[in-house]
Design a protein around this ligand. Structure first.
Ligand SMILES: Cc1cc2nc3c(=O)[nH]c(=O)nc-3n(C[C@H](O)[C@H](O)[C@H](O)COP(=O)(O)OP(=O)(O)OC[C@H]3O[C@@H](n4cnc5c(N)ncnc54)[C@H](O)[C@@H]3O)c2cc1C
Ligand code: FES
Ligand code: FES
Length: 491
């Protein structure tokens, strides 16, 4: 029998703060600004795009505290339970001296109207505590989730580079040991569950507890990173009667690498999965880089990207092309299904009452298999795909022995191009065969026109991505697409 704790506990200013029941979906931003009068954290968009609301959360990691920038506007207050909260007001020294990141911003003239500045400062602060480097790509990745209308970014990048190069220490480093022991103390607390005005909030620790709660509350809304669900509150003003937060379910946060493949827990965030996915195949790493921003990647999960059933989610096409399998669990037990079968129709997934997504398994492709995934969006950073394609190919003496092609943004679900695949299997992998097969792509897809792309653009781009894949996997191209899974023996 689970014993529940009803008070939220988090660390702020080196002390544990306790709160009684609150609105389960009150955003962290509203709490800071309206309840705590901490107005340094700004609201720009209230949908995770602009970064003006960036705060940093600290959690106990393997080698000390792991600091992560997040968007306070779409994070729910109770989800900071057990973590350290750092806002821009906390950065200055006790004597009022500016934090090194703030000083670097001043010295680089990196602020004009100042509205975006606290958000940039917090992103650079988190990076400084995560082994910042002066590499331009790295700095761009760190800052892609912060928008500025005034500066043109150059001085801000310079401030970030100066801090990264300086190996700076601050008062958070000084009291890290103390904070870490508080974090460990909070980690040992009972499961959080409270009721506020008839609405429930649960944060179970185990999959069994989670299954049990869902059995009692089949109407519950699961919340992993809240990068989708958060917008249901801030933009659609929805009321959720039962919220079940997955961030504390340890088993869901694990990645296990075996000789057979990669087993990824549904609660693994993009940031946590990034190094392993990059090792599995560089394209998967690049795909993760192109998903949203650092703040969103620190919260958003692979399980959430699958479970939301979006036809334009970036992970499903790649995972389907790699023949991944999904495990779903409920109190009644577990089921395994090929990932592609999970997506039944637009907005309809194969998830029964009381079930949740537990893991996704990516099998190691055969030796010599090729793989690629390509994202097409209007902007490089922080943009949703117009279409996203992935292909895995196995050739025997230049003959297509196996090919799996999957696109997002081309139908109501992520969908395989089975007609094109069939037209290719057993044939020579060359331009003539591909052109014939591509003539049949209209049998696989009837894409829509919307604000991201027209129907014609989507069809043409999808065909051209396959042509690109052909070039990249044959001698006429660079043939760079062979799957090289570091640390895993090929099947
Ligand atoms: C600014 C911004 C940019 C974005 N950019 C991209 C992008 O480039 N590419 C992209 O693909 N997506 C993007 N997204 C969408 C979003 O970040 C992803 O879909 C993310 O993976 C969702 O994961 P989450 O953990 O935040 O899910 P949540 O918001 O917590 O949940 C999403 C849905 O999945 C359900 N759910 C979550 N976990 C489970 C589970 N284990 N079992 C069953 N149901 C579950 C929830 O109930 C909810 O219905 C963006 C979002 C924002 C706000
Ligand atoms: S207010 Fe724009 S990202 Fe939060
Ligand atoms: S300084 Fe004005 S928005 Fe950035």
């Amino acid at each position: 029998m689970t014993s529940y704790r009803q008070r939220i506990k988090y660390i702020h200013h080196g002390r544990i703060v306790e709160l009684g029941a609150v609105d389960p979906t009150m955003t962290l931003l509203n709490y800071l600004r309206y309840e705590k009068a901490l107005t340094g954290t700004k609201e720009g968009c209230a949908e995770g795009d602009c970064g003006a609301c960036t705060v940093v959360l600290g959690e106990a990691g393997e080698d000390g505290i792991r600091y992560q920038a997040v968007n306070a506007c779409i994070q729910f207050l109770p989800t900071i339970d057990g973590k350290e909260l750092i806002t821009v007001e906390d950065l200055k020294d006790e004597d009022g001296a500016l934090h090194p990141v703030q000083q670097a911003m001043v010295e680089a003239n990196a602020t004009q109207c100042g509205f975006c500045t606290p958000g940039f400062v917090m992103s650079i602060f988190a990076d400084m505590h995560n082994g910042a480097t002066t590499d331009r790509q790295h700095i761009d990745d760190v800052l892609a989730g912060n928008l500025c209308r005034c500066t043109g970014y150059g001085p801000i990048v310079e401030a970030a580079r100066n801090i990264a190069g300086a190996g700076t220490k601050d008062h958070f480093h000084e009291r890290e040991g103390e904070t870490l022991s508080l974090l460990k103390r909070l980690a040992a607390e009972d499961t959080l569950h409270f009721t506020w005005q008839g609405r429930h909030y649960y944060a179970p620790d185990t999959v069994e507890e989670l299954a049990d709660i869902l059995d009692r509350h089949p109407d519950a809304t699961l919340v992993a990173g809240a990068t989708d669900v958060g917008l249901w509150i801030t933009k659609q003003h929805r009321t959720l009667p039962v919220v079940v937060y997955l961030g504390k379910v340890t088993a869901l946060q694990k990645i296990t690498q075996t000789a057979e493949g990669l087993l990824i827990g549904a609660g693994v965030t993009y940031s946590a999965a990034w190094p392993t996915l990059s090792d599995f195949h560089p394209d998967l790493g690049e795909l993760v880089r192109r998903i949203a921003s650092t703040q969103i990647r620190n919260c958003g999960t692979i399980g959430g990207n699958i479970a939301n059933g979006s036809p334009i989610g970036d992970m499903p096409p790649a995972l389907i092309a790699l023949n991944s399998r999904l495990r779903v669990r409920s109190k009644a037990g577990v089921r395994e299904i090929p990932l592609e079968e999970f997506f039944i129709d637009y907005g309809k997934q194969d998830l029964r009452e009381g079930e949740f997504v537990e893991t996704v398994f990516i099998p190691v492709p055969a030796v010599g298999a090729h793989f690629a995934t390509y994202k097409i969006s209007k902007r490089f950073d922080q943009d949703i795909s117009a279409l996203c394609g992935a292909m895995s190919l196995y050739l025997e003496k230049s003959i297509v022995a196996d090919i799996r092609i999957c696109f997002g943004g081309m139908a109501g679900t992520p969908k395989r191009a089975t007609t094109v695949e069939t037209a290719l299997i057993g044939k020579s992998w060359d331009t003539a065969t591909l052109d014939i097969a591509l003539n049949r792509m209209g049998e696989d897809y009837a894409p829509l026109s919307d604000m991201r792309a027209s129907r014609e653009y989507r069809l043409l781009a999808a065909k051209n991505l396959l042509r690109k894949f052909l070039i990249e996997t044959t001698d006429s191209g660079t043939a760079t697409r062979i799957v090289g899974v570091k640390g895993i023996a090929h099947a």
